[in-house]
Design a protein around this ligand. Structure first.
Ligand code: AMP
Ligand code: MG
Length: 398
């Protein structure tokens, strides 16, 4: 049986591109940028007043001039009509362009304003210098400078940056066609009557939610009972997707037909079973058309963990995103080791300084799914019980 790390490496080594597409910036939130981004001009594009005040020549102050005639009032977005001479100033607002005949902005609160004039205090404060309260043209970015080099997610800051740079469309990584097949005779859709031994289908909407968080939509969904012929028939169509996720029917039970049927259909097995918990029975392969197949044990928590630790990293690798490395923090409550496997358990990182709090979860069959967890912590194989304060590796969900 392979380790979790080996399984992850195998999955990541199968990463492939789903092409790129040009989309409106308006719809790019959460997508992965697939083009290098350069500054179209200097930023700031002009010397910008960072305070409300008066723009004038530093040299005048230096020479002892303390009274100035207000020649013009400059608002953000306005340009001066004339120029100032010695003993003159512009009244200027934050965000306005400082004309090139001024090189210092004196704050409004540091002067006395009278009729068309203003006076600064007699003594020259140490802080006075050229470019005081002025953000210089190009001090953030130079025209042509590379701002984003590698694929990155269009998070709010990236959206803001792209808008500033004038992009109205962007090239982003293409999306895979994803199909999901849930299996199991006992599974009933929510809203339908259940008898005492039936279970409601939670994997469908849970995995659809997990995909949506990755901005990926399900192209195809189906449910099938534990019937090898019917599974064979349905899987034939489902295998035409870029990614197929199957849940249930991969363990060693008499009704677990999924691995056999997948192999009959020519899916090349990459591995079956990982030395981890939950998720031990996981089966993974590549379809004859090159699609990636993840067959997950049916327990909802196993599906959630598999998605977070294998499927999401696979998607990220396909989009060219850099691997997020695991982090570590101390546990604020001890944990018993239950198996010889790598055990993943739901935690919430919180507090300052941050620690990991374990979320309540009985077993991988617990429908609470470690609710409110924002990470999965690893209790590694070969280690004993974890004490309070033990430093634990975790994989963040967000
Ligand atoms: P299996 O992997 O098919 O042996 O299923 C393991 C456990 O997960 C069983 O208790 C199933 O009833 C449950 N299960 C399987 N599929 C689903 C599903 N779609 N939603 C909720 N529970 C499921
Ligand atoms: Mg089953």
């Amino acid at each position: 049986m392979i380790s979790f790390q080996e399984a992850r490496e195998i999955v990541l080594s199968q990463a492939r591109s789903f092409g790129t597409e040009e989309i409106l910036l308006d719809g790019a939130f959460g997508r992965v940028l697939a083009e290098p981004i350069r500054a179209d001009r200097d930023y700031p594009p002009f010397p910008r007043a960072t305070m409300d005040g008066y723009a004038l020549r530093y040299e005048d102050l230096h020479r002892g001039i303390r009274g100035f005639r207000i020649a013009e009032v400059l608002f953000a977005g306005s340009q001066p009509v004339g120029r100032i001479g010695s003993g003159e100033c512009y009244k200027i607002m934050t965000g306005a362009a400082v004309p090139d005949d001024a090189d210092i902005v004196i704050r409004r609160e540091d002067v006395e304003e009278g009729k068309g004039r203003m006076e600064v205090g007699a003594k020259e404060p140490k802080a006075w210098r050229t470019y005081l309260n002025i953000a210089r043209q190009g001090e953030d970015l130079r025209a042509g400078e590379l701002v984003i080099e590698k694929p990155c997610r269009c998070e709010p800051a990236v959206m803001g940056l792209l808008a500033s740079l004038g992009y109205d469309t962007v090239k982003v990584a293409g999306m895979p066609q994803v199909a999901l097949l849930t299996t199991g005779n006992e599974i009933v859709e929510p809203g339908k009557p259940v008898n005492p031994v039936q279970i409601r289908n939670s994997n469908h909407l849970m995995l659809e939610g997990a995909l949506r968080r990755e901005r990926t939509r399900l192209k195809k969904y189906g449910h099938e009972g534990d019937d090898p012929q019917r599974l064979n028939h349905l899987l034939q169509q489902f295998l035409l997707s870029d990614i197929l996720i199957v849940t249930g029917g991969v363990s060693a039970g008499d009704a677990d037909y999924v691995p056999r049927v997948l192999e009959e259909l020519g899916v090349r097995r990459l591995f079956h079973k990982i030395a981890m918990r939950p998720g031990k029975p996981t089966w993974c392969g590549v379809s004859p058309e090159g699609g990636m197949v993840f067959a997950l044990p049916g327990n909802p928590f196993s599906c959630l963990v598999n998605f977070a630790l294998l499927i999401a990293p696979y998607l990220h690798a396909c989009w060219g995103l850099e691997r997020s490395s695991p982090m570590s923090l101390p546990l604020n409550e001890g944990r018993r080791k239950r198996t010889q496997l790598d055990e993943f358990f739901p935690v919430r990182m919180e507090g300052a300084p941050a620690t990991l709090t374990q979320m309540r979860l009985n077993s991988s069959g617990d429908i609470r799914l470690g609710m409110q967890a924002n990470a999965l912590a690893l209790h590694p194989s070969g280690s004993g019980d974890l004490g309070v304060g033990a430093e634990v590796t975790f994989y963040s969900f967000v």
